[in-house]
Design a protein around this ligand. Structure first.
Ligand code: DAT
Ligand code: MG
Length: 148
């Protein structure tokens, strides 16, 4: 089944929104197969956001992501990548769909609370970069009621 990589970013951690955000993914049916609370190094941040290097917002983005701890997660489920992106909402919170995390909890693009992989290739490389092989393969009691 498909996996996606999620970061609960420093603003969400500082605002006490870890539980709120994890709960939204859990309720959706996505299954946690990796999770860690961590301080991100500048080296890891630059690797993760390498695709944005050279853009005007790059330095601010790196400073933001290393400014406080984050929660990194791997979520598994049917179409997990698209499902998680929809639960997260559009990059600009002001344009995100009502009911999404970014619309409900945020206002600015530079404080948009959550990261989610944007496709199968980025999901695979982000999971490898942040977790390596350190994932938990487990049978969830509710799986048969969520996955047909
Ligand atoms: P997303 O996080 O929705 O996948 P992205 O990959 O295009 O968006 O960009 C990564 C992050 O960089 C995004 O969450 C916020 C920041 N960012 C993107 N575009 C920006 C812009 N035009 N101005 C300021 N920050 C931006
Ligand atoms: Mg992205």
């Amino acid at each position: 089944m498909e996996c996606t990589f999620i970061i609960i970013k420093p603003d969400a951690v500082q605002r006490g929104l870890i539980g709120e955000i994890v709960a939204r993914f859990e309720r959706r049916g996505l299954k946690i197969v990796g999770m860690k609370f961590m301080q991100v190094s500048e080296e890891l941040a630059r690797k993760h956001y390498a695709v944005h290097e050279g853009k005007p917002f790059f330095n601010g983005l790196i400073q933001y992501i290393i400014s406080a701890p984050v929660v990194a997660m791997v979520l598994e489920g049917t179409n997990a990548i698209t499902a998680a992106r929809n639960t997260i909402g559009a990059t600009k919170p002001s344009e995100a769909a009502p009911g999404s995390i970014r619309a409900d909890l945020g206002l600015e693009i530079g404080r948009n609370l959550v990261h989610g992989s944007d496709g199968p290739d980025t999901a695979a490389s982000e999971i490898a970069l942040w977790f390596g092989e350190d994932l938990v393969n487990w049978g969830r009691a509710t799986d048969a009621w969520i996955f047909e």
